[in-house]
Design a protein around this ligand. Structure first.
Ligand SMILES: Nc1ncnc2c1ncn2[C@@H]1O[C@H](COP(=O)(O)OP(=O)(O)OP(=O)(O)O)[C@@H](O)[C@H]1O
Ligand SMILES: [Mg+2]
Length: 439
């Protein structure tokens, strides 16, 4: 049996810090700044591990993981959980460079942040993380991004198992972002993921032809009823769907309905234009952290156009190679929306990238009538909505809702058929400038 050195007895500054609450740590930090901001220890993580593990540097083994920033922050959070679990026994050290241990923020809700280790090293004595003593080090600077376990060469296997266990926990309910709705934007050239409010949306609120819903069901089957079958047949469970249609026909609304139906089982990542344009590969790399993931690329045509004459369009090229790579993995759904599929390069539409393209039509009179009934029904007014539905020929779902909104704004909850038809026909519910009147 290997003899494992015991942690230093007596209280060091590091052990006091490890056991302290965040309030105490903040107070100690302020005190430290007042008396000269001396870091508690200036050893590098390697020197720290050599000291704590009681071995020669040549005897030290490092088991590393390099990943995108969110996976690193979630690993940092797991590290924090372990530091708290073994508080009093864990010893914290500096990241080197004469710096004190630093903590970063993990956004886990619109107004909820967790402080997680950013750059530091922690010594876990034998019998805490593993039977062997281990040092865990994290560095979340974007050019570094590393989570590593330092051990003796003899304990390398234990270090590997511990790292594997940490990584498996990324995909467990211990990951506070898993199954949530997340926003992806770009910060400092890197993709930044933060938790967003949950999405609600029921099919009953969106009136679409039955064949569109059937296509949506086929798309969702790879995440639900047919998932296991696809896997066992080696067919893969990734799907991509492109939703096309003119402005205001309910494309974004449909994405919300799908995201709401997958909530809890799938993590939804809503990419903003910059994330789509600059960090699409990182975005999909992050999706690996969350288990089954739905990636939403709304209004993709604004970002990915055609290759120009010289054949260069970096965003498009990145997008194509990223989506091809996604097919190596399982459980990733991609939904993109566009006003005009022809504005997308044909390569982006090739069947292996988007398995399905559905086009939402302008609503016909019967659909317009159902939208009117849905929103005006609760008022219990005596209105002939069929006539109004006919009058709104060519209107989108968004237009129909705007006519109703305008009527409520002008007349409150009591208006007549004539008043409603007058608003629809006047066109003043449209947000267009009346040039003759104003110029
Ligand atoms: N068929 C429909 N049934 C019910 N509501 C609809 C329908 N079509 C559109 N709407 C409503 O119109 C509004 C705009 O829809 P949405 O934002 O989904 O349109 P879009 O197709 O994404 O437009 P854009 O191309 O401008 O992004 C939403 O409030 C949506 O609920
Ligand atoms: Mg939209």
């Amino acid at each position: 049996m290997t003899e494992h050195p015991q942690p230093p007895s007596g209280q060091t500054v590091d052990s006091i810090l490890a056991a302290a609450t965040s309030h105490t740590r903040a107070a100690l930090r302020t005190l430290g700044e007042l008396v000269g901001n001396e870091p508690t220890t200036t050893l590098s993580p390697t020197q720290f591990a050599v000291r704590q593990l009681g071995v020669d540097q040549r005897e030290l083994a490092s088991t590393r993981f390099t990943g995108p920033s969110t996976s690193l922050a979630i690993l940092g959070n797991l590290m924090r959980i372990e530091m708290e679990r073994h508080a009093g026994r864990v010893v914290i050290g500096s990241p080197g460079d004469d710096l004190p241990p630093t903590w970063s923020q993990l956004d886990v809700g619109p107004d909820e942040k967790l402080a997680v280790p950013g750059r530091l090293v922690a010594y876990f004595p034998a019998g805490t993380l593993a039977a062997a003593p281990l040092c865990v080090t994290i560095d979340d600077r974007h050019w570094q991004r590393e989570f590593a376990i330092l051990s003796t060469q003899a304990d390398k296997e234990a270090a590997e198992k511990t790292l594997e266990a940490f990584r498996a926990r990324l995909k467990s309910p211990e990951n506070p972002l898993r199954g949530r709705v997340l926003d992806a934007c770009v910060n400092d050239g890197c993709v930044r993921i933060s938790a967003s409010a949950a999405i609600s949306g029921a099919r009953s609120g969106l009136i679409l032809p039955a064949d569109i819903w059937r296509e949506v069901d086929v798309f969702l089957a790879s995440a639900t009823s047919r998932r296991d079958m696809l896997k066992s047949l080696g067919l893969g469970t990734n799907r991509g769907m492109l939703i096309a249609g003119p402005p205001g026909v309910g494309k974004t609304h449909l994405v919300r309905v799908i995201a709401a139906e997958l909530a809890g089982r799938y993590t939804t990542i809503l990419a903003d234009a910059n994330a789509m344009r600059h960090t699409i590969a990182d975005l999909y790399a992050e999706s690996d952290t969350f288990g089954p993931t739905l990636v939403v690329l709304d209004d993709i045509d604004l970002v990915l156009g055609h290759r120009d004459g010289s054949g260069t369009n970096t965003s498009l090229a990145d997008f194509l190679s990223t989506l091809d790579g996604v097919h190596q993995r399982d459980d990733i759904l991609t939904i993109a929306t566009t006003n005009d599929p022809r504005s997308l390069d044909p390569a982006a539409q090739r069947s292996s990238r988007f398995d399905m393209v559905i086009t939402l039509p302008l609503p016909d009179a019967a659909t317009r009538l159902r939208i009117l009934e849905r929103h005006l029904g609760p008022l219990g007014l005596e209105l002939d909505l069929g006539v109004l539905a006919e009058a709104l020929d060519g209107a989108t779902g968004a237009d129909v809702k705007e006519v109703i909104r305008r009527a409520v704004l002008e007349h409150g909850d009591r208006f007549t058929q004539a008043q409603l038809v007058e608003i629809a026909e006047s066109g003043r519910w449209q947000a267009t400038v009346n040039r003759r009147k104003y110029l």
